[in-house]
Design a protein around this ligand. Structure first.
Ligand code: SAH
Ligand code: SF4
Length: 376
């Protein structure tokens, strides 16, 4: 079956035209897909029954993902869902909510989507990287995660305000489907989010960054740099070769020149590995004067055995960058206590017993234990 949520609005117009139907039918299907969030073509009551059947007979419909488990953090701000795609593939999606400063205003609701099941990049501190690569997700499977969360929020009178491509997988290694998902999420006749509300995070695939800059999109870009030292980066991101930190900084410059959007460099701080003053100075001298931000992410515990630096060390690192005039933030972690934070998403240790919705956790995942309390 072809999921109607895979089709861009222009493709929907073309399909409706080919079916010999008036154009307003395309708008009705799009509304059902993206506003009403229907789960079944037979539920699109704006269409005549015969037409609904015809879509089905022609092989079109709506796929739905199944929520296998849902975990909510103690403070209720982070929700992690284990989702099963129609073919059985399992992936994780996280919703992070941030109270708005104005009381009574809607919270910021950010969905962190996965673009692949697993990841081939093998970053040594990342749980997804350690589980290996299973497969690319299709665009409709990427947007299905947002649709799923939107349904959940709708029950509370809220809606998705931001999407970050920071879940499982490397978005730019699944380039075509990622870009299709970006267009579906931002097209006014589809999901309709502002382009600026979306951020794509990449391990740094230089040619794909250049291509993304030229898609005519205005989405934010984050590049996971982790160190300005090429030798160390090679150890942390074993597949990084042949790209050096210099290449990534140049790619960020190009992205800014073409899109007008400043790139964020993400830097997972690993105690005793890349969090020292020498590393901070090296990074500062490479980035000073460049149109970039830095986001420091004290590492979340995974099976790799890396530790997060002491609070003073994080502050000292941040200060070196700020003194060099570089806008720097420390990521406020959400979801570490239930392995929903950056780099903790993995599904290979979860097995589902037939006929049961309850997952059985394998030893590697339970061995992670509860994460440290969030925040710096
Ligand atoms: N593959 C993309 C996007 C997914 S990872 C990328 O690497 O950018 C999203 C972010 O989480 C990246 O910046 C990644 O470096 C970071 N990350 C991975 N493992 C982590 C961990 N254990 N603790 C903190 N951040 C981690
Ligand atoms: Fe893949 Fe990103 Fe994890 Fe590296 S950090 S293994 S690129 S998901």
């Amino acid at each position: 079956m072809i999921d109607l949520r895979r089709l861009l609005p222009t493709e929907m117009d073309a399909l409706i035209g080919e079916m010999g139907l008036p154009r307003y039918r395309a708008d009705q299907v799009l509304r059902a897909a993206w506003k009403d969030l229907v789960e079944d073509i037979r539920g699109v009551t704006t269409l005549p029954g015969a037409l609904r059947s015809r879509f089905g007979d022609d092989g079109y419909g709506f796929d739905t993902v199944r929520e296998v488990t849902r975990q909510v953090s103690a403070d209720g701000t982070t929700t992690k869902a284990l989702l099963q795609m129609p073919g059985g593939t399992l992936i994780e999606t996280v919703l992070m909510q941030y109270e708005s400063a104005d009381e009574g205003r809607m919270p910021r609701s950010t969905v962190c989507v996965s673009t692949q099941a697993g990841c081939a990049m093998g970053c040594v501190f990342c749980a997804t990287g350690q589980m290996g690569f299973e497969r690319n997700l299709r665009a409709e499977e990427i947007v299905a995660q947002v649709v799923h969360v939107q349904r959940l929020l709708r029950e509370r009178g809220q809606h998705v305000t931001n999407v970050v491509f920071m879940g499982m997988g490397e978005p730019l290694a699944n380039y075509t489907e990622t870009v299709r998902a970006l267009r579906l999420l931002t097209d006014a006749r589809a999901f309709g989010l502002a382009q600026r509300s979306i951020t794509v995070s990449t391990v740094g695939l230089v040619s794909a960054i250049g291509r993304l800059a030229r898609e005519g999109l205005q989405v934010g870009l984050a590049i996971s740099l982790h160190t300005a030292d090429d030798e160390l980066r090679q150890q942390l991101v074993p597949t990084a070769s042949p790209h050096s930190a210099g290449d990534l900084i140049e790619a960020a410059r190009d992205y800014f020149d073409v899109t007008g959007r400043r790139v964020t460099f993400e830097y997972a701080l690993l105690a005793g590995v890349n969090d020292g003053e020498v590393q901070a100075r090296k990074l500062a001298s490479r980035l000073s004067g460049k149109p970039v931000h830095v986001n420091l992410i004290p590492v979340n515990p995974t099976a790799g055995g890396f530790r997060r630096p002491a609070r003073e060390d994080v502050i000292a690192f941040e200060r070196v960058l700020q003194d060099a005039g570089i806008t720097t933030t420390v990521r406020v972690e959400k979801g570490a206590e239930m392995a929903a934070a950056c780099g903790q998403l993995r599904t290979d240790t979860v097995t589902i017993s037939p006929g049961s919705a309850a997952p059985v956790r394998g030893p590697r995942q339970s061995a992670l234990g509860p994460g440290p309390s969030r925040g710096q």
